[in-house]
Design a protein around this ligand. Sequence first.
Ligand code: FES
Ligand code: FES
Length: 160
Amino acid sequence: MEPLILNINHRNYQIFQVEKNETLLSVLRYRLDITGPKEGCSTGDCGACKVLLDGVAVNACTTLAHRCAGKTIITIEGIADAGNLHPLQTAFVEKGAVQCGFCTPGMIISAKALLDVNPKPSRDEIRKALDNNLCRCTGYVKIVDAIEEAAEMMRKDDHE
Ligand code: FES
Ligand code: FES
């Protein structure tokens, strides 16, 4: 069987003996030890496992690994820039949008996918972008606040 080559966080990985039905989440967490994407429901319902696949937020638990060959995969580990936290990560901490933290990687991935195409979203647009991300702890308001704050920080950075 040919090894599967996946580009993850700007680096190529060669993975051997990948079964046709093996998910991207399984490859990330259990073969490559990339554990930022969390395993919650494993059925595509909670969003804890989200990654960016060619810039689109997808659930890694319902994405087959071999379908990701030739695509760009970014996990939460890959969104910081040269060791500096991404503005979304900073804003989540500052706004108290992280409690247990289990949903946070998926939330930030969904938010990044939104801000990459819509730098100034309304609160409704933010809520819509998170409609596949569940959080048991925060009540969502602080998460929406954090994404608004990050969007503002990113717009300022763009103008500097
Ligand atoms: S673990 Fe993938 S959506 Fe819940
Ligand atoms: S912070 Fe605990 S599930 Fe969201």
